[in-house]
Design a protein around this ligand. Sequence first.
Ligand code: ADP
Ligand code: MG
Length: 318
Amino acid sequence: MSYFKIQEVSKSYTAQPALHPISISLNRGDFLSIVGESGSGKSTLLRIMAGLEEQDSGKVFLEGMEILSPKHKVVAGYPEIKLIYQDFHLFPNSTVAENIARPLLQFDKSYAKQRVELLIQMLGLQPFRDRFPRELSGGQKQKVAIANGLSVEPEVLLLDEPFGSLDTIQKQRLIVDLKATLEEMGTTVVFVTHDLDDALRLTDNLLILQKGKVVQEGNSRHLCEYPKSKYIAQLFSSINSISKEENTFIRPSDVKLRTANGLLAHVEDLRFLVHFNSLQIRIKESGELWEVDDPQRKYQKGDRVYLTWDEGRVMTLK
Ligand code: ADP
Ligand code: MG
C-alpha cells in the first residue's frame, strides 16, 4: 500500500474543470515535482491534498487515513501535512526566531530551541533572527515561511511555488539545501512550480499538468527524450521542425554543425550563452529558422553550415 495516495480526485469551480480526475501514489520519503503553467490546477490539487479544499470526487489517503476536506472536519487541515504558499503568512509582531518557533509552543523547550537554531542556520537567517517581518525582503520572508513550515517536521511537505521572490542564485542554493534537509528528515515532498529548472533541482520525478490533466509523468530524462507532446518537449528546450508533414522535430543540442555534407543553412545570428553559443540558422531549402547550439563557439554570423543529426534523436510529436 502506498503511503500518500491521491485517488481520482477532481474539482470544478465553474463549468470548466480545474482538475480532471487525477491519481498520484507516493511512498514515504518520495519527492515529486509537479510542473504546469499558471491556471493548470496546481494550487487546487495541493489544497485538496492538504485537506484544505473540498474536492468534487475522489479521495486522499495518508498511511491509510482518509484526508477530509474542511466541510467534514472541525479544524481544517492536518498537522502531518504542511502546505507552504507563495504568499507567506507570517505574524507581523513576532521576530524571525519567534515566527519559526511558533508551531513548537507545545514541544519540549530545549528541543524547540535546538530546532529553531537548526532551521535558522539551514536557511541562512542568522543575521535576521531578531527582525520583524516588515524589516525583511521578500526572499527573506519566504525563507522564514519555509522554516516555520518545517519546524514541526511534517510527514508531508507541499510546496506551492514558494521560491517566487528569491533571485536565481538564492533560489538554487535554497532548493539544494532544502533537498538535503528534507531527505535527511525523510519527508515526503510535493513541489509545484511553473519552472521546470526549479523542479529538476529538487527531483527528477516529474508529473506534468496541463489544463487540469496529467499529460505525462515519470523520470525527467525519459520525458526529455520521449515527450508525448510538443508542449512537454518545449518545457525542456526549444525544438526545430524537420518536417511539417511528418511532425518531426529535433532539439538545438542534438543538431551537429559541419562544414560539408548535410542540410545546407546559414547562420543569421548568434547569442553568447554560458555553456555554448546559440545560433539562429536559416535552412536554405525550407526557409525555416532553427536554433542550434554551438558548444565550440566556432561559427560566426553569415557562415554557411551543414546540419546533421542522429535519427535516434528525432522526435515525432503532435
Ligand atoms: P495554478 O495553481 O496552476 O495556477 P489553480 O489551481 O490556482 O492553478 O487554478 C486552476 C483553475 O481554477 C484556474 O482556471 C483558476 O482560475 C480556477 N480557480 C482557482 N481557484 C478558484 C476559486 N476559488 N474560484 C473559482 N475559480 C478558481
Ligand atoms: Mg498556483
